[in-house]
Design a protein around this ligand. Sequence first.
Ligand SMILES: Nc1nc2c(ncn2[C@@H]2O[C@H](COP(=O)(O)OP(=O)(O)OP(=O)(O)O)[C@@H](O)[C@H]2O)c(=O)[nH]1
Ligand SMILES: [Mg+2]
Length: 644
Amino acid sequence: MSAQLEQQVEHYRQWRDDIVAAVNAYQSWLDSTGKVDAQLSLRLFDLVESLKKDRLVLAFVAEFSRGKTELINSLFFSDFKRRLLPSDVGRTTMCPTEIFHDPEEAPCIRLLPIETRFRDESIATLKRLPIEWCKIRLNLDSPEEMQEAMRNVAQKKAVPMSEARAMGLWDDTDPDLKDMVNQDGTVEIPAWRHALINYPHPLLTSGLVILDTPGLNALGTEPELTLSMIPNAHAVLFLLAMDTGVTKSDIDIWHKYIQKFVPHRLAVLNKVDILWDDLKPWDQIQLAIQHQVYETARLLELPLSNVLAISAQKALLARVRGDEMLLKKSGIQTVEAMLANHIIPAKQEILRASVLNEIGAMVATSSKSVLGQLASVRHELKELTTLTGKNRSVIKKLLDKLQADKMLYEQTVKSFNITRSVISQQGRALMTSLDSDRLDAMLAKSRTAIEDSWTTSGLLRSMQSLFGQATQQFERIHHHADQIKGLVDAAYKRFHEQHGFELLFPPPLTLEQAKRGLQNLAQQTTEFCDDPLNVMTEKHFLIRKFYNGLVASAQLLFEQARIESEVWLRASLSPLTRQIQDHKGQIEQRVATVKQIHDNTDTLDERIHELIREQERLLAQKVVIERISTIIRMPPPVHPFKAT
Ligand SMILES: Nc1nc2c(ncn2[C@@H]2O[C@H](COP(=O)(O)OP(=O)(O)OP(=O)(O)O)[C@@H](O)[C@H]2O)c(=O)[nH]1
Ligand SMILES: [Mg+2]
């Protein structure tokens, strides 16, 4: 792996650590000012935890034998000086493989038996049940043992055709599967359904997760992969090979699973070394490669800069041998530069936006609160200074005025409390409609309908109707959330107009991601239902699997929307509540001070000194909170990476 890419990811990790430190500093700041409550503490704690666990998923997707695994080996595992993951001619990787590092567990590979396909649980659910997985410890000191353990992801087993069919892994009408039949009539199927590799590597420790997928039909047989794992990846590297060119099945995979569903897409035109020819001028070879790059960009409707021509095999060889010339020739550094300069910064931006969304408004509120208190202290100082040497009747007049202000203000606070209880009531109603029990009930009802439909077309109809319901439910929720937002905005406006409060804007509610996710699922459902191949009776099993995948993905999206709404509801009124509390405290304090001075004018000097000390304390607080605010708002530093 390139030291520069490693460095880039290290910068990313460093930046993330700085943000974590800023959130922790904010927590301490709140503690020191006595303005933290248990709920808020918990939120900040959750934020820190989710930042620490943040992952950047890179999925490698393509037809079989395009060199996905070879590219992963050369990008990430060349330090091993061998081909760590199995890569070979024909179908090699048999199950989706996630490679990551979890330092809380010893290095291992966990394998989910293929027989779990008979069950309805999603892979996401099974991941939480360690007992279902076979675990092999990885001995990092023995490359041979490592390689042996990794060989499992390519393992196959022979089963009777009826069993393969029952697991949805055999289709009589699919000519591509014919090669999988043995002479005794049994069928070769993958031994494992999913693999998790926990491997300590600096990039993985920094939060990178690699998803290697099997080619050839395997994508469609595990709908959870196409409905959830691939669309949720941060970026997809789609591989094509020079020897095959862009084939129809490449294009099918691209359109069906990637083009519209993944935010960052890179096409990698692999195996350019087959054009290398010592008898041909290098320029001429480059011209031929360029031509293929243009053609690929055109067919995949990608900008030219997102198509990279490389030789994964020569890159691996170059790294194993330490051959710099060959490494440069292999083009692999263009892939690394793309990851370093575009994919990692884009991910950073997402993380920064989510931190800002989570605590940006809170920090801004704290900062405004300090400024407000400072202004109030200064105002009071001025007021008291003018009282020096004045007689009691002047002081009494001021006291009367302040007391009148206080009464008026208390009225407004009462009306605010009413608004607040209306909003929290509405909020509770919103949370109920997002409740997972309700969604589960809806899904259970439609599952019965689906299981009761005997014909495939009946199945497909019920599935579409389920999807319609889920979308409608989501739209109702969206509408309801908008109404609550209207109430919140109005409350802010009222305080601005009636009490001259600075007009603050409540934090935005962003259900967009969940909404887009549902739209994607809807589109994939329609495409699945419109595909004549899926309407054949033999595909009953596939439809069930697709349905289960759909349900798992929809549940995930609703859960995401629920968390977002909850965070927003809690945060929506807090800036205003803070302003109101501050203001109330200040008025009360002033009334008390002036009353004391009225009763005993000797206390005036003492109070003036107290205010000066208070002013200094607030100025120090201002410096700290402004620094925290700058860190969470600052765009991540840029460290351009250049392919040598
Ligand atoms: N000439 C040449 N061969 C390559 C290159 N990259 C991979 N190969 C070979 O192509 C074959 C397939 O590579 P894999 O990495 O197994 O391909 P894959 O896309 O992971 O395939 P599946 O796991 O079956 O989906 C292997 O024999 C590799 O050695 C390359 O850049 N040049
Ligand atoms: Mg592979």
